[in-house]
Every structure is written in structure tokens, then in C-alpha cells.
Design a protein. Structure first.
Length: 492
């Protein structure tokens, strides 16, 4: 790793071990820093890779004592550096330093930076793909044109560094894709990208009010299943694969119109099983092992009623949020977040969101913490809220142009380690990525006037893709030329 050093602070690094070089770990040089005698001194440096990675990298660092002691000779440091794909230095710029006018309007906490990854017309739902042999790694983003547009909607592939944007598949005009889901490895649903589209035009024989389409490289795009009647009602919203616990192997769907139900499980053959419908009688509020699972034919006649479920999210395993399925609702009844469990039923969680929720995503940890992030639309501006397990709401991002009302769902996606957030801003025609703000690292050295031996410490660097850490030694040079004499004894 190469280092840019702050003026007047000549830091040079030397590895304690030899290993095969890679673009992430170029050969560093020896490191020495003069102690000084003026108390704590800030030494700053900016890490740089020898080349820009094609995939974002997270590198974890921590100081380790040698002969130098943390708290006495230096202040310990630890953290993570995120090198976004296409960047050979860590972090992203502040919104104000961007050359893009729409990006400049975005407001973030001081610790975070933002960058436009792609300029794409009308982006809505997005999802990240990593390690699927049948699907190229990168970000997949749905494009949704305005109501009654004759232009075809699409799903686009965007490379991690934003250098490549290409159409994956063309959808019907007014397909209005609202959510994307990739079948996990080993899933009974097989290899497939599933696309929830909620406003089909209904002009072709056999059309449903809403459609779940399936794409794979062999079969292409097929109408897999659907709901409602031609021309509606039936507007599928968020679609989500369960990954652990009771939800593993299931495919969930939020239906925003209420027919055939509000919350649906889709079977591998495309059959629909209603998990929740507020059109049921009061004693059929939820399914348990002792109750009958309501199928498509047992639900009441179609109508526009029901809960306006829009999008779904499920927390990571062993999360403080529990093993619930979280559901965002707006338009009828409330702007709220509810949660459902097959044994505990449906309950209100956050009752009064200030604005309609368009997307939810749980961060798996990392820089973004272990919270639920919710995209809301104010009508003329989009915000991202951060909600902790107690339900406490904190604003995270403001100043976005906003999301497509009723359609623009699932606009949030985290990297697997929680260190990057991807976000589509419909009215700005932007796909953003967000991580910590670019900044130098700081090491504080304690200087004094005592003559003493030179001291050492190391900075350990760990890349999760490489089991062997790097340890780089820093030598603190003692620059004192005199030894303080003891105070003379007072004369009698």
C-alpha cells in the first residue's frame, strides 16, 4: 500500500513479512516518525492502492503495541477503510465537493460521503448480485417510466465502479417494475432474477392486474405468475426471499391493492398462498399450525380494499429486530411499519411515520450499523430514515429529489458487509453509492523532553479476502539531545 503523507510529517512504512504482491498490497517503504517534545502530535497519512480495484474492498486496521505503549506513547487507532470500486483511495467525497448539481443538494452526516454511480433515467428498484455463476456481478436497477408511457421499461446492469451500464432485459411498456429478487444459491426456485411489476397494461389475453416475471440467461424473460384480473386490481410490490430460520426457502410478496391478499407466499410452481388479508374474518387474522392456510380461491371477491403493503425487509439472523418479517404500508390507514410472523401474526411496530415509506433495508453491520433504513417521500423531496431496534427514528439522508409515488419501491441496497449503501433517486435520475467520507488517517504521538530509546508499534491490516494480515512497523525516533537533571535539593 502506498501512502501520501501530510506535509512536515514524513511517515514511511516497512512490512514485517514478505508475501506475494497484489493490487491491494503493493510494496511499502520504511517508516519512521520523530517524537518531538511538544505533547501530542497528529501524524496524518492517506492510504492509496497501486491501482483502482474493480470490486469495492474493505480493509480493517488496528494499532498493536511494540515497545511503544498505547495511551502513553501513542493513542490507539482502529477502524475500517472502504476503497470503493474504481477508487485507489478510501472513502467518497462530500456532496458539496461533487461536480453534479443534484448530488450537491444531498445532505449526509459529516462522517459520510456520496458519489453518483450512474446517470440513469427513472431508476427504481435495485439489487446487488455477487457470486452467482449465471448472473454477472454488479448492481441491477429497474427503470420505470411515467404512467401511460409507451416507452419500454428495462432492468439494467451497472458495474461496481459505474464504468459500464448495459440493459439486461427489456420489459413491457408500463410494466412498472417495483422490486427485484435474486434466488439464493441452492434455492428450490432455481437460478433466476424475479421481477415484481405492478401495473401491467392488461391489453394482452391472460394478463393479470400485476405480474411476477422471471429472468434467466437460458429461458430469458417469462411471465411466471400474477394476481388480480386484467386491468387490476392486484398490484404486487416488494418481493423478498427468506434466508434463515422459519423463512428460509420461502418467497414473500407484498400486494398493495389487497386482492388476492395483502401478504403472499409464492410457491416454486408460481402458486399463491395468502399469508395475511384484512378481508378475512376477525378469527382468521393469521395462520398458525392449527389453522387452515387460505389459498387463492378462498379469498373474498376482488376489490381495491386491504392493506396497502408496499415493501418488505427481514433482519439478519440473530438480530435485535427478531425474526419478524417487516412490512411498510402507505396510502390507506397509515404511513407505518408493521411486522408479521407465522405464529405471532401481524402487529404494528412504528405507527406514525411522518411520510410514505417506499423502501426498507436492514444493514448487516459495518459502517452503517445494525439498523433499519427506510426511504420516505415528502412529495417534493426524498429522505432516508434510520430506525433502531427500539423504533427510534433518526434522519440519515435528506435533499434527494424523491421516489416514484406508489411504484418506486426497494430503492435501497447494502453491500454484504454493510460498509456501502446503494440508492436510486427517481426524480434525480441518479444511482448513488454512500460510504464513509474520504479523509486521512491520524495517529497521535506523545512527545516529551526525556531522552529514551526509540520505540516501535505496528499497524495491522486485514482484508477479509486474504486470511494473512499485514503488520507494518512504525518507529518513533527520540529526538531529545539532553537528559533533564533532577531538581536540586533546597538549601537548609
Amino acid at each position: 500500500m502506498l501512502w501520501c503523507i501530510a506535509a512536515g510529517s514524513p511517515l514511511l512504512f516497512s512490512p514485517l513479512e514478505t508475501k506475494a504482491q497484489s493490487p491491494l498490497w503493493p510494496e511499502p517503504v520504511a517508516t519512521e516518525v520523530v517524537e518531538g517534545n511538544s505533547g501530542w502530535t497528529d501524524i496524518q497519512w492517506l492510504p492509496k492502492l497501486s491501482s483502482s480495484p474493480s470490486v469495492s474492498r474493505s480493509v480493517y486496521y488496528a494499532s498493536v503495541d511494540g515497545s511503544a505503549i498505547a495511551g502513553m506513547d501513542y493513542r490507539p487507532v482502529e477502524g475500517v477503510l472502504v476503497f470503493p470500486a474504481g477508487h485507489n483511495s478510501p472513502g467518497l467525497p462530500s456532496p458539496q465537493s461533487s461536480n453534479d448539481p443534484d448530488t450537491q443538494k444531498v445532505q449526509l452526516p459529516d462522517a459520510f460521503g456520496i458519489e453518483m454511480l450512474a446517470d440513469l433515467t427513472r431508476p427504481t428498484a435495485l439489487i446487488a448480485s455477487t457470486g452467482h455463476e449465471w448472473l454477472e456481478d454488479g448492481l441491477y436497477v429497474a427503470q420505470t417510466f411515467v404512467h401511460q408511457s409507451t416507452r419500454a421499461d428495462h432492468v439494467y446492469h451497472i458495474s461496481w465502479d459505474g464504468g459500464s451500464i448495459s440493459p439486461l432485459v427489456e420489459l413491457d411498456a408500463e410494466a412498472d417494475p417495483t422490486s427485484l429478487a435474486i434466488a439464493p444459491a441452492g434455492s428450490p426456485f432455481g437460478n433466476g432474477l424475479y421481477i415484481s411489476s405492478n401495473n401491467r397494461d392488461g391489453h394482452r389475453e391472460g394478463d393479470w392486474g400485476g405480474t411476477i416475471q422471471r429472468f434467466d440467461p437460458i429461458a430469458g424473460l417469462v411471465d411466471w405468475t400474477g394476481m388480480g384480473l386484467p386491468m387490476g386490481p392486484g398490484e404486487p410490490g416488494g418481493i423478498l426471499f427468506g434466508l434463515h430460520g422459519w423463512a428460509e426457502g420461502l418467497l414473500f410478496l407484498a400486494n398493495s391493492v389487497g386482492y388476492p391478499g395483502d401478504l403472499i407466499s409464492i410457491h416454486t410452481g408460481g402458486e399463491l398462498e395468502v399469508l395475511w388479508s384484512d378481508q378475512w374474518e376477525e378469527n382468521a387474522g393469521h395462520n398458525t399450525s392449527d389453522e387452515v392456510h387460505f389459498g387463492i380461491d378462498e379469498v373474498l371477491q376482488p376489490g381495491p380494499g386491504g392493506k396497502a403493503f408496499r415493501t418488505l425487509a427481514m433482519p439478519p439472523e440473530k438480530s435485535l429486530f427478531g425474526d419478524w418479517l417487516y412490512i411498510a404500508e402507505f396510502d390507506r390507514g397509515c404511513h407505518c411499519i408493521e411486522r408479521w410472523h407465522p405464529e405471532r401474526g401481524l402487529e404494528m411496530w412504528v405507527e406514525n411515520l411522518p411520510w410514505p415509506p417506499h423502501a426498507m433495508a436492514f444493514s448487516p453491520g459495518g459502517l452503517m450499523g445494525n439498523d433499519l433504513y427506510v426511504a420516505v417521500d415528502l412529495g417534493n423531496e426524498g429522505h432516508i430514515l434510520r430506525i433502531d431496534p427500539s423504533g427510534t427514528i433518526t434522519p440519515f439522508i435528506t435533499g434527494l429529489q424523491g421516489f416514484l409515488y406508489g411504484n418506486g419501491k426497494d430503492v435501497l441496497q447494502f453491500s454484504e458487509d454493510g460498509n456501502l449503501l446503494y440508492l436510486s433517486d427517481y426524480y434525480a435520475h441518479r444511482v448513488y453509492r454512500i460510504t464513509h467520507r474520504e479523509r486521512p488517517l491520524t495517529l497521535q504521538i506523545q512527545g516529551d523532553a526525556w531522552k529514551e530509546p526509540d520505540e516501535t508499534l505496528t499497524i495491522e491490516w486485514k482484508d477479509p479476502t486474504d486470511e494473512t494480515p499485514w503488520a507494518w512497523q512504525i518507529t518513533i525516533l527520540n529526538d531529545d539531545v539532553r537528559v533533564l537533571e533532577p531538581e536540586p535539593e533546597p538549601e537548609p
